[in-house]
Ligand binder design. Structure first.
Ligand code: IMP
Length: 197
């Protein structure tokens, strides 16, 4: 029996993500944020894949602080746009753009396009004991023709998950967080972490 929980760094300072992950792993791990380890570096996300960016963040922490760590990256992949905006989802409408700018650009690009299929994909890179592993979470859905709802963030007002007729932004946070790409990726990570010993 172990008395002390093992620490693992989640390379994020996003309060919502930290709460979600801490809640899932709390029986076995003490999840620590970047701020808690004193890391205020602007970690560059220069890869052209979600896997690459997640690994860049996790590796930065692992190498600088010698602590087991995981990091995530998410993209919205639209079928009719050959997977764009994908890894560039945060800055689709340009550096420093707002969520609103991105949604506006997406709706403009999708004007007249009947294939509205899209998916959110989250990749988590875990570095533990010198080994790298990846976990994925995907939710399929559709891009609506107009914005609906005011909850959530990012592309939520225009993303309708398959099997639902509301956008993510019309759902309660509770429902979105149960079915989302991020929740699925975190749950896959948790299964692996909680099964190891
Ligand atoms: P991040 O990797 O979690 O920072 O996500 C990158 C970008 O993808 C964000 O800036 C958002 O534009 C978009 N995004 C990620 N997750 C979501 C989500 O759950 N809903 C809507 N947009 C999201």
């Amino acid at each position: 029996m172990r008395n002390e929980l093992q620490s693992i760094v989640f390379a994020s300072n996003n309060k919502h993500k930290l709460e979600e992950v801490t809640d899932i792993l709390k029986s076995r791990y003490k999840v620590v944020s970047l701020a808690e380890i004193g890391c205020f570096d602007d970690i560059p996300e220069t890869s052209d894949t979600l896997e690459g960016n997640a690994l860049l963040k996790a590796r930065h922490v692992f190498e600088k602080y010698q602590m087991d760590c995981f990091a995530d990256d998410t993209g919205l992949e639209v079928e009719a746009l050959s997977g764009r905006p994908g890894v560039y989802s945060a800055r689709y409408a340009g550096e420093g753009c707002s969520y609103e700018d991105n949604v506006k650009k997406l709706l403009a690009e999708m004007e007249g396009i009947t294939n509205r299929r899209a998916r959110f994909r989250t990749v988590i890179a875990l570095i533990a004991g010198n080994q790298v592993r990846y976990f994925e979470g995907v939710i399929n859905g559709f891009i609506s023709t107009e914005k609906k709802g005011s909850s959530g963030f990012g592309y939520d007002p225009v993303f309708v998950p398959e099997g639902y007729n509301q956008t993510f932004a019309e759902m309660t946070a509770g429902l979105k967080n149960t079915i989302s790409h991020r929740a699925l990726a975190v749950s896959n990570l948790a299964k692996a972490l909680l099964d190891v010993e």
